[in-house]
Design a protein around this ligand. Structure first.
Ligand code: MG
Length: 217
C-alpha cells in the first residue's frame, strides 16, 4: 500500500496519480515539442510513489532517466465537474514531487504513437516529499521550484509560469476523472530536465512547501 504523509503526522493512502505534461512553455521548447490545445494528461499507478529516505533506483530497461521537478497537490475532498474557482475546497496539501521519465522509451513511444505507461509509471517513478497543508501557502501561483543535482542548480522555475494554472487544471481534470481523497496531481515541470546517474544527490525544493533529498543508486 502506497502512502504519503501530510504534516504533522497524518498518513494518507495514495489513490491515483494524475500528471500534467508540458505545462511550462520553456520546457515544451527544450523538448522541441508543440503546445497542446488542452492540458496533456497521463497517469502513474500508486506504486510509483517513493517516499523520502528511500533511494532512487535507475531501471535497467532504460539508458536515460530524466528528472522533472513538479508541484504536487493532494486531493482532500471528492471533486467532479468543479469550476476553476472551487479548487481550494478540494485540495488539502501541497508537496514536491519528481516525475521521473524514461526519456529514451518515451521518445520511442511518441514516435510510434504508443502510450507512456512504462516510461512514466514504473515503480519508484514518483519520489515525493511530506505534504504541507494548503492553508500554509500564501499564493500557489507565486512559488519558486528548484532542483539541485550534486549541488549544481539544474531547474529553477516559477509556478506563475504555468500555461494552465491550478484552477484551470482541476476544472479540466475533474470533468474527466472523479478526484477522490488521496489522489495526487502533478502539475508539470519547468525547463532544465536532464539525465540522472548513479551516485547523484538530488535536492528539490518549492518555496513555502518544503525540501526533499534523494540519492540515486
Ligand atoms: Mg512531468
Amino acid at each position: 500500500m502506497s502512502t504519503i504523509q501530510l504534516e504533522p503526522d497524518k498518513v494518507i493512502r495514495v489513490g491515483k496519480i494524475i500528471c500534467v505534461g508540458q505545462n511550462y512553455m520553456r520546457h515544451i521548447e527544450e523538448l522541441k515539442s508543440v503546445r497542446n490545445k488542452d492540458p496533456l494528461i497521463f497517469m502513474k499507478p500508486s506504486t510509483a510513489i517513493l517516499p523520502e529516505g528511500k533511494a532512487i533506483n535507475l531501471p535497467d530497461f532504460s539508458k536515460e532517466v530524466h528528472h522533472e521537478t513538479e508541484l504536487a497537490l493532494l486531493v482532500g475532498k471528492e471533486a467532479k465537474n468543479i469550476s476553476r474557482e472551487q479548487w481550494k475546497d478540494h485540495v488539502s496539501g501541497v508537496g514536491v514531487a519528481l516525475d521521473l521519465t524514461l526519456r529514451d522509451l518515451q521518445n520511442e513511444a511518441k514516435k510510434n504513437g504508443h502510450p507512456w505507461t512504462i516510461c512514466k509509471g514504473f515503480d519508484g517513478s514518483c519520489p515525493i516529499s511530506i505534504f504541507t497543508p494548503l492553508e500554509k501557502i500564501t499564493d500557489i501561483q507565486k512559488l519558486s521550484i528548484q532542483l539541485f543535482v550534486n549541488d549544481s542548480l539544474r531547474q529553477d522555475g516559477f509556478t506563475g509560469d504555468m500555461i494552465w494554472q491550478i484552477g484551470e487544471l482541476l476544472a479540466f481534470i475533474s470533468k474527466i476523472f472523479t478526484l477522490e481523497p488521496g489522489d495526487i496531481i502533478l502539475t508539470g515541470t519547468p525547463e532544465g530536465v536532464g539525465k540522472l546517474n548513479p551516485g547523484d544527490h538530488l535536492r528539490a525544493s518549492i518555496s513555502e512547501v518544503g525540501t526533499m533529498e534523494f540519492k540515486v543508486q
